[in-house]
Design a protein around this ligand. Sequence first.
Ligand code: FES
Ligand SMILES: [Fe+2]
Length: 328
Amino acid sequence: MIKNQWYAVLSSQQLKQESLVAVKRLGIQLVFFRDNEGVAHALMDLCAHRGAAISHGKHMGNTVQCPFHGIEYDKTGSATLIPANGRNNTEDLKRFHVRSYPVREKHDLIFLWYGDGEPTELPPFFEELIDKGDVISEVFDPWNVHYSRTIENQLDVAHLPFVHHNTIGRGNKTLVNGPKVIWEGEDEFQHSADNEVDHGQTPKKNEDARIKNSYMRFHFPNLWLNRISEKFRILGVFIPVDDENMVFMLRLYNHVTKIKPIDHLVGFLGKRANLIIAHQDRRVVETQRPKRSKLKMGETLLRADKPLIEYRKRRERLISLGEEEKEI
Ligand code: FES
Ligand SMILES: [Fe+2]
């Protein structure tokens, strides 16, 4: 895992007011909650007393209550009440603390800071998705793979005519031009598919290939934009769960007709279609070994793999910058 990064880990819709949401993210069992102002917080889901899952307890407004002996913790993870000691006895409180994690919420996403350093500002979001009058629909799909494999699958254009031969890869365009990769700053790059039917022609080199109008952008550590058209874009969020699991969140943004009920229908159908496509991918990606990718691990890569090679290179560099000790 790349340290000192903001990871999008939940959709805002998944964290309702007055509820406790238990999820494993980045290998850590967490409980998310909103305070009385609606601000999202995350604590380790492990009571400091005798290890019960706090998420099975109660939302108490600005605190959460452990289900076992009722100890309450605030957003910083400090105990505010130990019922067995009595309301007036605050002596013992400072001995009880659970770890809290920095959380920010923007663009209907909840971001978690993973690392040792001080949290930075949230990175910029894809401008293609901001304030376009879109209807938004989303779906969550668990995959039994390390999140890096799902990212690489979205960067891979050579698989389209095989894995998706009857959907988005129709037409037998097996020959891959490029693909071209254009970096936009340190944390983001753009690429697109430029495939053709193989008539015996020589594929274009990476630098000579085209970035088409339907392009894709990846932003470290776990966001991806698939701009199908100005009116229809997909946000992919690769949510790391642990070494061998992730959740693929697909969020569709559309203003195809600008008539809301129709755009809602487009979103609903688009969501289902994208899930079918994702499952075509998942079937194959879950068979890849090892579950987590690395830059050098004995695979024999192709020119067509350039986007994922670029991803791996930058990822390894960011990992070493974060002085990673234990990668997941
Ligand atoms: S285990 Fe949580 S209060 Fe006792
Ligand atoms: Fe695919």
